[in-house]
Design a protein around this ligand. Structure first.
Ligand SMILES: NC(=O)c1ccc[n+]([C@@H]2O[C@H](COP(=O)([O-])OP(=O)(O)OC[C@H]3O[C@@H](n4cnc5c(N)ncnc54)[C@H](O)[C@@H]3O)[C@@H](O)[C@H]2O)c1
Ligand SMILES: [Zn+2]
Length: 401
């Protein structure tokens, strides 16, 4: 039984419209003079790289750029980035993009600091100590990677995704400028936004910290639900209920974009301390095989997993329904909890998340294999409020197929 809990974050968080203009100062104070920016061709094209480069150059910071980032990056993208970074000899790494580029930047900082291959650090708490300073500048409102301890990669040979988890991977500074998300296309806004909702709902309904089943001798950055993580999750859910649909349907609405940027970061603070659970465990084999985006896989599975977890977390789901804008006055707890599932299903439709696994290209005869793979991801399954078997995983996939 655990009686204390901890809360970890990026060391500093700079939030607000135009925040990137402070990047020169921020980097000089790390202190750093040579920064290696990890980004991708799309962000270069839409002018986001220029928005970051300008303030850095004005502060006389030398900038090297890797623009070979890809969505759901493989370990080989990480290796290519590290190779380029080594040539540049940076004293800080800057991740510019959605979760994909930010995760590559975090992995790059670790591999520039310690010898070895990416695979050596896959798993929970395997990075030996502090890494080169990382500054993360998110351009989606989704993963929260700018404050989290995780970096996620695809292993194409095995059709799976793997995570490197360590509090040493938390960025030194998160610079969250909602204006950078305005160029996000509708699908990216929807997928990343529902990923943030998944983070917040999985954290809010997680197993309690006192009951977190961590086997003796094992270490984990996740610790189950605790009061501060829970507060962050609640605020994230409220913000997403208010802003996600609008951000998807009217991408130029600055208030909606700002609300979602805050929600994603706060959801990241929550889940990176409490943990994510069954939705994420089920998404990893699905995403590894079908190459759907992390957000659309999660968004599709979320209501199915909520229904599975409902008996264990009725009061929580009843509150979530209200935060998502459902009128639950006068309803029984059971009926109000059901409304949370209905609210997420409606949101899925409103923002265009696919409804069925076969729409993502999953085949019915793959579902057992997915279930067996998901069942091995104990580090997140132990966060789930209801115990899960491989058969349960398969049944959930079938209900979503
Ligand atoms: N580290 C973590 O804590 C964590 C948490 C959740 C998910 N993830 C990982 O993050 C990845 C998903 O990240 P994501 O949802 O942010 O999407 P992403 O980073 O994969 O980006 C998706 C696409 O959107 C484009 N894009 C991003 N911002 C844009 C902008 N402002 N304008 C135009 N185009 C833009 C990118 O170029 C890319 O093509 C997955 O690999 C997932 O596993 C990591
Ligand atoms: Zn996620």
């Amino acid at each position: 039984m655990r009686t204390t809990w901890t809360f970890h974050s990026a060391v500093s968080l700079v939030f607000g419209r135009g925040a990137v203009r402070q990047l020169g100062d921020i980097v000089r104070r790390l202190p750093a003079r040579r920064v290696f920016v990890v980004t991708d061709a799309t962000l270069t094209k839409v002018g986001v790289l220029a928005a970051v480069n300008g303030p850095l150059k004005e502060a006389d910071v030398e900038v090297g750029v890797f623009d070979g980032g890809e969505p759901e990056p493989s370990l080989s993208v990480l290796e290519r980035c590290v190779e380029e970074a080594r040539k540049f000899r940076p004293d800080a790494v800057l991740g510019l993009g959605g979760g994909s580029n930010m995760d590559v930047s975090k992995g790059t900082a670790a591999l520039l600091t310690y010898a070895g291959k990416p695979q050596d650090y896959v798993g929970d708490d395997r990075i030996p100590g502090p890494v080169m300073p990382v500054v993360c500048v998110p351009t989606t409102a989704g993963t929260g990677s700018e404050v989290t301890a995780a970096a996620v990669f695809t292993v194409p040979e095995n059709h799976v995704k793997v995570g490197v988890l360590s509090n040493y991977l938390r960025p030194r500074v998160a610079v969250v400028d909602p204006q950078l998300t305005h160029s996000c296309p509708r699908k990216v806004t929807a997928d990343s936004g529902i990923d943030a909702l998944t983070h917040a709902i999985e954290a809010y309904t997680a197993v309690d910290n006192e009951e977190f089943p961590l086997p003796t001798g094992e270490r984990s950055v996740y610790q189950g639900r605790h009061p501060l993580g829970e507060m962050c999750a609640e605020q994230a859910i409220r913000l997403i209920g208010k802003h996600l649909k609008q951000a998807v349907q009217h991408g130029d609405d600055a208030d909606a974009r700002e609300g979602m940027a805050l929600a994603a970061t706060v959801a990241g603070l929550s889940f990176s301390n409490i943990g994510v659970a069954l939705v994420h465990a089920l998404e990893y084999p699905l995403g590894g095989a079908t190459h759907c985006s992390h957000g659309e896989g999660n968004g599709l599975l979320l209501p199915h997993v909520m229904r599975f977890n409902l008996p264990a977390r009725k009061a929580e789901f009843a509150r979530i329904a209200g935060w998502l804008g459902e009128d639950v006055r006068g309803l029984s707890e059971d009926a109000a909890a059901e409304r949370a599932v209905a609210a997420v299903e409606r949101l899925q439709v409103d923002i265009g998340i696919p409804q069925r696994l076969h729409d993502l290209g999953a085949k019915q005869d793959q579902l057992r294999e997915f279930a067996e793979k998901a069942f091995t991801i104990k580090r997140i399954l132990r966060v789930n409020p209801r115990p899960v078997t491989a058969d349960d995983c398969e049944a959930i996939y079938r209900s979503a197929w």
